[in-house]
Design a binder for this molecule. Structure first.
Ligand SMILES: O=P([O-])([O-])O[C@@H]1[C@@H](O)[C@H](O)[C@@H](O)[C@H](O)[C@@H]1O
Ligand SMILES: [Mg+2]
Ligand SMILES: [Mg+2]
Length: 284
């Protein structure tokens, strides 16, 4: 592009800018509500919490985006919980978690984020994750790199499991059989001499830490497409791998993931895991 020439407008620029702006506005609402009294309800289990702020922020995000892009489709956590169909079609589709880390939010634990992913023809085009308590904006557009604020992100190059810091999440499925498998998976990785296993209460933020090279791998059974969509673009654009726990390609709706800085690390993690059945987002 010549100096001073017309700016090259690429497809989805307008959508990306709208995502950044509404994620920042949502973060301001969450930050204000963080220290205020909360009205807490439960969804699929006593550990699956939702507050009025989750619903308020989801409404704020969707109403703003729908005003600008009325033909687009939306998949979001709280609308799905209220019975909306969770279906990724070829249409431009926003995949939204208004508050990732609601349990943290309820307890005043600061790992809390807004996650906004965007897909067209079922391919993820960009992701924006606002770590609203630390004013960090993780973002990535397909083919253009990943950033935290202005800093470019580069995922870990580690290939040795015995030198790995591994992130995972416990989820809200707490029946004894699930917990037994969940703890067994952690045990297998610790017996393989991993440096550590960490659970921070927000899958989206954990995945962004992976993209930033602050951890070497992430795995989870039971997360949702809205936890995963935005962070998947951010990890891939940071040079990392995001795949299914079987070692196959990621299925955004399959509620399971292995992510790592390198394919070798991702494969070692996947091989160590026993599967935990959690259903699919697109199957009621
Ligand atoms: O509900 P939410 O706070 O948006 O998302 C959370 C996920 O980020 C986390 O991985 C999981 O362990 C929690 O159960 C919860 O699902
Ligand atoms: Mg979430
Ligand atoms: Mg949420």
């Amino acid at each position: 592009m010549e100096a001073g020439g017309p700016a090259v407008v690429s497809q989805w620029d307008e959508c990306f800018q709208a995502a950044v702006q509404v994620a920042q506005r949502a973060g301001q609402v969450i930050r204000k509500a963080f220290t205020e009294e909360k009205h807490v309800s439960t969804k699929t289990s006593a550990a699956d919490l939702v507050t009025e702020t989750d619903c308020l922020v989801e409404h704020l995000i969707i109403s703003e985006l729908r005003k600008q892009f009325p033909s687009h489709r939306f998949i979001s956590e709280e609308a799905t919980a209220a019975g909306a169909k969770c279906e990724l079609t070829s249409s431009p589709t926003w995949v939204i978690d208004p508050i990732d880390g609601t349990c943290n939010f309820v307890h005043g634990f600061p790992n809390v984020a807004v996650s906004i992913g965007f897909a067209v023809h079922q391919e993820l085009e960009f992701g924006v994750v606002h770590h609203c308590m630390e004013e960090r904006l993780y973002m990535a557009r397909r083919g253009r790199g990943a950033f935290c604020n202005t800093q470019r992100l580069c995922a870990s190059r580690e290939t040795d499991l015995s030198k790995a810091l591994i992130l995972t999440e416990i989820g809200s499925k707490r029946d004894p059989a699930t917990l037994k498998l969940l703890l067994s998976n952690m045990e297998q990785l610790l017996l393989a001499k991993a440096h550590g296993v960490r659970v921070i209460g927000s899958s989206t933020l954990a995945l962004c830490h992976l993209a930033a090279g602050a951890a070497d791998a992430y795995y989870q059974f039971g997360l949702h497409c809205w936890d995963l969509a935005a962070a998947t673009v951010i990890i891939r654009e940071a040079g990392g791998i995001v795949m299914d726990t079987t070692g196959g390609p990621l299925n955004l709706m399959a509620r399971r993931v292995v992510a790592a800085g390198t394919q070798k690390m991702a494969t070692l993690i996947a091989q160590a895991l026993q599967p935990i059945s959690c259903g699919q987002d697109d199957q009621a």
